[in-house]
Design a protein. Structure first.
Length: 163
C-alpha cells in the first residue's frame, strides 16, 4: 500500500516563533528583572550496554541534567551581588566556615517564555537548584559605559516542562 504525504505536512503553516528575549526567570531572593540571560535545560543519558553472546544491545541509562548559567545585571539597589551572596551563604558561610543544610540553599527556579502579548507560552521548573559557581564580575577603569554583570552557574536535580 502506498504511503501518501498529508496536506498539512506539504503546505506552509503559519506559526509564531518563540524569541530568545521573551522570558522571565524566577529565583527566590533574586529580583527577576536582574536576570538578563540564561538557557533552557539540557539532559544527557548514560548508555547501558547489555552483552549477549556475540552481540551488544544498548539502552538509555540514568539521565543527567546539565548546569545552566544565569547572567545578572547588578544595579546599585537592589544589589544583585548581595542577593547572590545571600544564596551562597546558605551553601557555605565564609566567616564561620559552616556548611549549610540542603533545605536551606536548594531552591526551585522557574523559566517562563512569553508570547508577543506577554502571555506565558512555555514554563520550565528546575527542582532543588543550588549554585555550583558564582562570578561577581570584572572591573575596568578604562570602561565608561559597560554594565557590571554577575554570572551564576546553577545545578538542578531535574527539570519539569509544565507546558
Amino acid at each position: 500500500m502506498a504511503d501518501f504525504i498529508q496536506p498539512d505536512e506539504l503546505f506552509y503553516t503559519e506559526f509564531e516563533p518563540k524569541l530568545q528575549n521573551r522570558f522571565i526567570m524566577y529565583v527566590e531572593g533574586i529580583p527577576a528583572f536582574t536576570i538578563r540571560q540564561t538557557s533552557r535545560p539540557t539532559v544527557s543519558f548514560e548508555t547501558v550496554e547489555i552483552h549477549h553472546i556475540n552481540t551488544v544491545r544498548y539502552l538509555a541509562g540514568k539521565p543527567a541534567w546539565g548546569t545552566i548559567d544565569l547572567t545578572l545585571t547588578d544595579p546599585i539597589v537592589p544589589s544583585a551581588a548581595q542577593a547572590v551572596m545571600e544564596w551562597v551563604r546558605g551553601h557555605y558561610e565564609s566567616v564561620t566556615g559552616a556548611a549549610g543544610y540542603a533545605e536551606n540553599y536548594q531552591k526551585n527556579i522557574t523559566i517562563k517564555l512569553l508570547g508577543p502579548a506577554g502571555d506565558i507560552v512555555e514554563q520550565w521548573v528546575g527542582k532543588n537548584a543550588f549554585i555550583t559557581e558564582a562570578n561577581f564580575g570584572d572591573m575596568d577603569w578604562s570602561s565608561t559605559s559597560d554594565l557590571i554583570d554577575l554570572t551564576v552557574t546553577v545545578q538542578c536535580d531535574y527539570w519539569v516542562l509544565e507546558f
